[in-house]
Design a protein around this ligand. Structure first.
Ligand SMILES: [Zn+2]
Length: 113
């Protein structure tokens, strides 16, 4: 008793593989950052703006490189070009802000962890 399945449906080759679920896009961004010559302003990191109506605002964010929390006090006006804020944890560029002046940078526990 031998049967041959010659009517198997042919699968059409798919040129685009499905993206894996559960893969974290942040990692790709981070790789781009690390491999690139200049850090790009990417809005893929955690950031929270405080005191947005005051001349001196605050930003809580995670460092792009080490994802530790950083509290940045800044002067809002007059707005300058992007200022690179150095991470107090790892010493790399934590974030780039388009503000007038950085007043202080403090290391805090990340509120997102
Ligand atoms: Zn850092």
């Amino acid at each position: 008793m031998s049967q041959e399945n010659i009517n198997q449906p042919r699968s059409i080759p798919r040129p685009v593989p499905r993206p894996e679920r559960g893969s974290r896009p942040e990692r790709n961004f981070q790789q781009d950052w690390d491999s690139g010559p200049e850090p790009e302003p990417v809005f893929g990191q955690h950031i929270r703006l405080l005191d947005v109506n005051k001349p001196e605002g605050r930003v809580i964010c995670e460092c792009w490189h080490c994802t530790e929390g950083v509290l940045i006090q800044h002067q809002r006006e007059p707005q300058q070009e992007e200022i690179r804020v150095t991470c107090p944890h790892c010493g790399k560029v934590a974030i780039k802000l388009q503000v007038a002046k950085i007043l202080s940078v403090n290391a805090i526990p990340s509120p997102w962890k």
